[in-house]
Design a protein around this ligand. Sequence first.
Ligand code: UFG
Length: 324
Amino acid sequence: MTVLVTGGAGYIGSHMVLALRDSGERVVVLDDLSTGHRDAVPEGVPLIIGDVSDQALVRDIVAQHGVSALAHFAARIVVPDSVADPLGYYEANTVKTRALIAAVQDAGVGQVIFSSTAAIYGEPEESPVSEEVPPAPINPYGRSKLMSEWMLADAAHVLPLRYVVLRYFNVAGADPQGRSGQSTPNATHLIKVACEAALGKRPGLSIFGTDYPTPDGTCLRDYIHVTDLADAHLRALAHLRGGGDNLVLNCGYGHGFSVREVIAMVKRVSGSDFPVTEAPRRAGDPAALVSRADKLPGLLGWKPRHDDLETIVRHALEWERRRA
Ligand code: UFG
């Protein structure tokens, strides 16, 4: 009963590997190390360096390691990058997902946990946004993920396949024990960027847009601790193993913080008053993206342990210091 984790050398995938290992599960990682790091995979966990769409390789891994479930994290995830390279994103996030699902199906694996994104909601009119709101992505990244969601749903009608789709909101923080964190070079995510600025790894940061229809004029986001997110995946796995139905679930806490609030928290926790400038809006940023968050706790019994912006920032900073 091994779990195949694609993208297990990356930020979120490596936290899933830790969570699985901590709960006594057998894990095998498939990662091409394009953005992931060998060091992020704990000792004793097999790391296969390869492409998720290499169907012969995937079938071999399933057979050799006794894989019974797939957690598919490997993807390209930067919104502006997807606008610049749409075909690259459809290839990485849609075409390769199709090949991977077909290969694990051929090899007899019928349980899939799929990393999706709040970007499939686009610029939702309601906030918090529930899973029932019709998807309306506004960039190739969101569309490439939504197409994979649809592909899974269509395939599950006719194949012995059950899945849980998890739509991540703004993932941040790091393993509380300091074993993993976000190592992405040239990161663009707010908390990561602010932590780097606080530690002098970059000169400062810009707030992208101060004229949004929000209380302080900056965007609101639902920041979720990466360890709580990994725990949601463990519960999804238990659900599938128990014969549970296909699910599509938001992963967020249900409350938002503005860009200014996040920056103020990073300044307070780090004790560093790094320079902040105000800049024009960034293309494609919705004003507010906050999860309606009752379904995940209700259906999977998920109980977040780090629903606290200060804790998220503290863990992110601790990781950033360790990498100094
Ligand atoms: N921001 C700044 N300055 C920065 C970086 C970010 O002002 O230097 C702002 C952004 O404009 C946005 C907010 O901080 O308003 C959050 O931006 P991030 O880049 O951290 O994250 P996004 O909300 O753009 O996107 C992230 C993931 C997506 C996912 C989305 C879901 O990258 O994959 O969260 O909410 F879909």
